[in-house]
Design a binder for this molecule. Structure first.
Ligand SMILES: CC(=O)N[C@@H](CCC[C@H](N)C(=O)O)C(=O)O
Length: 371
């Protein structure tokens, strides 16, 4: 295996959406099976993979998780190894996450540590979520780790710098799908219709007022509408419109409040615009809460390895890894990859030098787990 840059590029070419990571799973299995098998046990779950490296004198199991899905984004990097899957891209760094996990797994396969180490290649992080259902499976429960960790690439940090923090690192998230049903008609006769393009436009701005006027300013929240759909042609008043977005909060309580305010506003919209509003919250992710002791140990390991450790601020990004650290003490850290364009951007270009840094830190952290 070992040529991690080629592996990253090959993975980059085949991004697949949640639970459709068939080529990715086959690719990863081929690489995993090319390693010395003496200490490895392999299971699959849906499009994910669990690999346990049996410890030499095990007292515990350490878990390391990498997510494997891509995003529905048309790539604009101009890489010679750009995505071959039209409209899909590894724009959140999961190609890096998988490659780093393979690199660390290779090191452990050749030289196991005392404890068991469970590598988790998890599907569907971007949606609808793979961590929560995986935790419920017998496959996972049989190898359940005592502690767990993971990384996420950070475009705004330089290569060689990592960041983390005790407590909340990533926010609570909920997807948001809103359908508006009114009454369509001729563009020249608005008074005979209930126009859902107007209602949807009004509602998008009203949602922003929930954050600025209803939520305590000391309790941060975000409501983003990323997609609006409605109408048929330019001279027909739209009978239907759909908004798609996401909610982010720093606590589960604030999430409940935001949802209640959205529902109240929806009832107002129904009255004011004579329409029917249906709300679906899709996938919800629990916040990522880092264990302080493990973060402190990771900071020491980072400095020992000659890299830079920074205190991270909490972020409004979401991660279904939050469900894992809710059950299993663990942490996540940001790995600097120095890209001009950020996460979920069609021109995201993480610096491949960060792959070596990631492998070195993940391996060192595992080997230093017992102190
Ligand atoms: C790290 C990252 O970017 N994660 C995603 C998680 C998506 C959760 C869900 N599909 C949603 O949109 O709410 C993020 O967008 O933060």
């Amino acid at each position: 295996m070992s040529d991690l840059i080629s592996i990253r590029r090959e993975l980059h070419q085949i991004p697949e959406l949640g639970y459709k990571e068939f080529k990715t799973q086959a690719y990863l299995l081929e690489k995993i099976r090319s390693l010395p098998q003496e200490h490895l046990e392999i299971k699959t779950w849906k499009t994910g993979i669990l690999v346990r490296v049996k410890g030499l004198n095990p007292k515990q199991t350490i878990g390391y998780r990498a997510d494997i899905d891509g995003l529905p984004i048309a790539e604009k990097t101009a890489y010679p190894f750009a995505s071959t899957h039209e409209g899909q891209m590894h724009a959140c760094g999961h190609d890096f996450h998988m490659t780093i996990a393979l690199g660390a797994l290779e090191k452990l396969a050749y030289k196991p540590t005392d404890d068991h180490v469970l590598f988790i290649f998890q599907p569907a992080e971007e949606g609808p979520g793979g961590a929560e259902p995986l935790l419920q499976t017998n496959e996972f429960k049989a190898w359940k780790p005592d502690n767990i960790f993971a990384l996420h690439i950070a475009p705004e940090l330089p290569v060689g710098t990592v960041a983390s923090r005790e407590g909340l690192l990533f926010a609570n998230t909920s997807e948001l799908f809103i359908d508006l049903e009114g009454k369509g008609g001729h563009a020249a006769y608005p008074h005979f219709t209930h126009d859902m393009v107007v209602a949807a436009s009004y509602f998008v701005t009203q949602l922003q007022q929930i954050v600025s006027r209803r939520i305590n300013p000391l309790d941060s929240a975000v409501i983003t509408i990323g997609k609006i759909e409605g109408g048929t042609v330019q001279n027909i008043i739209a009978e239907h419109a759909r908004l798609e977005g996401t909610i982010r909060t720093m606590s589960p309580e604030a999430m409940k409040q935001v949802k209640q305010f959205i529902e109240n506003a929806a009832r107002g919209l129904e009255l004011g615009h004579e329409c029917k509003v249906s709300i679906d919250y899709g996938a919800n992710y629990h916040q990522v809460t880092n264990n302080g002791e493990l973060v402190d140990r990771f900071a020491e390991v980072t400095l020992d390895q000659g890299f830079t450790y920074e205190q991270a601020p909490p972020a409004m990004t979401g991660e279904d890894f939050g469900y894992m650290v809710k059950e299993i003490p663990g942490f996540m850290f940001w790995l600097g990859v120095d890209s001009e364009y950020g996460l979920h951007h069609a021109k995201l270009k993480p610096d491949e030098k960060a792959i070596g840094v990631g492998v070195q830190l993940v391996e060192s952290m595992i080997r230093k787990w017992r102190g």
